[in-house]
Design a protein around this ligand. Structure first.
Ligand SMILES: NC(=O)C1=CN([C@@H]2O[C@H](COP(=O)(O)OP(=O)(O)OC[C@H]3O[C@@H](n4cnc5c(N)ncnc54)[C@H](O)[C@@H]3O)[C@@H](O)[C@H]2O)[C@@H](O)CC1
Ligand SMILES: Nc1ncnc2c1ncn2[C@@H]1O[C@H](COP(=O)(O)OP(=O)(O)O)[C@@H](O)[C@H]1O
Ligand SMILES: [K+]
Length: 506
């Protein structure tokens, strides 16, 4: 599904009206009716007294249309104009006049004077994609009162106060149980905290042709199960040819684990095997290889000289580099730890190997320690899998700055560095070097536990080793990882979910 910005949405509206010739009032009628249908579907015949909060732009006009259709369906509807509508212009004035003649009951909002107990629910038609900055004046006051009323709120297009492009919330911002997104979902509805403020998001067509988004070059997408089939060509079972052998599915090298974080290597290696690749070699410090022998019986172990420390500090890059010969991909980083000179070590591996590379965890931190100047583009592709903290170090930002506009950041970073970038966390975003961004919807908070990320790195590495294009490996890996979490959470309380469960349910 396409995901648009406010600016893209405005352009799509304009093209539909001016080039295709569908009158703006027709789009508005479709929009308002769609909102009414969804509110009716959600509220049924039990909650029938609705207040509609109407702003002065087209979002408010959509709300007036919705009010008409709900009144026709037998609801008791009241318009609350946020400011005196006698000054309104354009289509807002048209809808205001229709409301007078229809007639619909209306009043102008006076702060503190509304008896909210008159209503069973509210429709937020205050501000849409034309909103700029934090809601001001009476808009702010009515949003605060509406939220405090405790009534269920259905938002038209976006919750008023939401930044439609980033998902950050202005103060105040409507907290809705339902948002009817018009024509396309918006970036801000697909990223937290916006996704939380929006409640359930339902996208309704209003007459804008879907193909127009492609023509305009919209390049942000959600990942739904259907799109995995159609766009990514994912065969969830990755059917294996009857005459295949272990060599058909690639050989993955994993450099991971150290004395205090050996589990990261175990999880990464197990996930890679469950992800379907033919062979996995796990390179690990010699000191820990003995105790771990047999723990992942399907993998080959490659003990690395470590002077008895159980860490990677004594392992020369020149020891690791030749191991990439004959491998289809490498994962580097989970549980590796840090040591003096590790950034140069990492740079040597980066420059002197030509296998597709997944860099996670400490591998990312080693890169970040060299500053924010991009490393030279490698011959073979790179997938970086930072969580927001690691992303902040890589980009020289704070974690809050990373989270404030995840989509904008990953798109720019991936393009600048020529890498595929997976920024993890609820609604993980994946950016490709050529400017596409995918937003994942699978996964749940049961996965917010140490080890989940190691599983993801192993899985993506496994898919790369099987010959998938980096874009496909990253997208499919993230989708399946979250899906495994969702399957596991269906069988046990999500707080009890473990990283090992993710592997079981892959
Ligand atoms: N034909 C069209 O253009 C269509 C527009 N649609 C609706 O139109 C909406 C966008 O409409 P508009 O572009 O008129 O903009 P909005 O309805 O979002 O309203 C913006 C208006 O509110 C004021 N405003 C902006 N930021 C404010 C703030 N922070 N505090 C207080 N007031 C503020 C501005 O003066 C502006 O006129 C969409 O979200 C959607 O609901 C849909 O009906 C589909 C068709
Ligand atoms: N609330 C959540 N909803 C969905 N996925 C989540 C959530 N919290 C964490 N995850 C996923 O779990 C994984 C955690 O990875 P990471 O932060 O690297 O943890 P670690 O390195 O400790 O294993 C990521 O893939 C992340 O997207
Ligand atoms: K709104």
């Amino acid at each position: 599904m396409y995901v648009v910005t406010a600016e893209e949405m405005r352009e799509l509206d304009r093209l539909t009206i001016e080039q295709i010739g569908i009158p703006s009032l027709v789009l508005m009628e479709n929009a308002g009716r769609a909102v009414a249908e969804e509110v009716f579907r959600a509220a049924g015949t039990g909650r029938t007294r609705w207040g509609v909060l109407v702003g002065k732009g087209n979002n408010g006009a959509d709300g007036v249309v919705a009010a008409r259709h709900l009144q026709d369906a037998g609801y008791d509807v009241q318009l609350l104009y946020v400011e005196d509508p006698s000054l309104w212009k354009g289509e807002s004035a048209v809808q205001r006049d229709i409301a007078v003649h229809y007639p619909l009951r209306s009043e102008v909002y006076v702060p503190g004077a509304v008896d909210w107990s008159r209503f069973d629910g509210l429709i937020d038609a205050l501000l849409g994609t034309g909103s700029r900055g934090a809601p001001r004046g009476p808009y702010a006051a009515i949003i605060e009162e509406a939220n405090a009323s405790g009534l269920p709120i259905a938002a038209v297009d976006i919750p008023s106060g939401l930044n439609a492009n980033t998902g950050s919330l202005n103060k105040p911002c409507i907290h809705a149980f339902l948002t009817v997104a018009l024509a396309f979902t918006k970036r801000g509805l697909e990223q937290f905290p916006g996704a939380e403020a929006a409640g359930q998001v339902i996208v309704r067509r209003i007459g804008i042709p879907g193909g127009l988004a492609d023509k305009l070059g919209v390049s942000t997408f959600t990942l739904t199960a259907e799109e995995m089939d159609e766009k990514q060509g994912l065969d969830a079972f990755r059917k294996r040819r009857s005459d295949s052998h272990k060599g058909s599915f690639g050989h993955l090298l994993i450099a991971a684990g150290s004395r205090t974080m050996s589990g990261a290597g175990v999880l990464c290696t197990r996930a890679a095997i469950h992800g379907g690749c033919g062979l996995v070699t796990w390179a690990l410090p010699d000191r820990i290889s003995g105790p771990l022998t047999g723990l992942v019986p399907e993998a080959m172990l490659q003990p690395m000289e470590d002077n008895g420390h159980g860490g990677w500090s004594a392992v020369a890059a020149e020891q690791l580099i030749p191991l990439t010969e004959g491998k289809e991909a490498m994962v580097l980083g989970p549980g590796m730890g840090r040591w003096d000179g590790d950034t140069l070590w990492m740079r040597a591996v980066w420059d002197q190997t030509d296998v597709p590379l997944v860099v996670d965890a400490d591998g990312l931190n080693m890169m970040a320690s060299s500053g924010t100047k991009p490393w030279p583009t490698r011959k073979a592709p790179v997938i970086l899998t930072p969580h927001p903290g690691e992303m902040a170090r890589l980009a020289g930002l704070t974690t809050a700055e990373v989270q404030a506009d995840r989509i904008g950041l990953v798109r720019a970073f991936a393009a600048e560095r020529g890498v595929t970038l997976v920024l993890k966390g609820a609604r993980t975003v994946i950016a490709t070097p050529d400017g596409k961004v995918y937003i994942n919807r699978t996964g749940n908070s049961g996965m917010a536990k140490g080890g989940s990320g190691d599983v993801l790195a192993g899985l993506i590495g496994s898919l790369l080793a099987q010959g998938l294009h980096p874009e496909q490996a990253a997208v499919i890996g993230v989708f399946l990882h979250g899906q495994a979490g969702d399957r596991a959470a269906a069988d046990k309380p999500s707080y009890a979910l473990t990283a090992s469960d993710l592997i079981t349910y892959l």
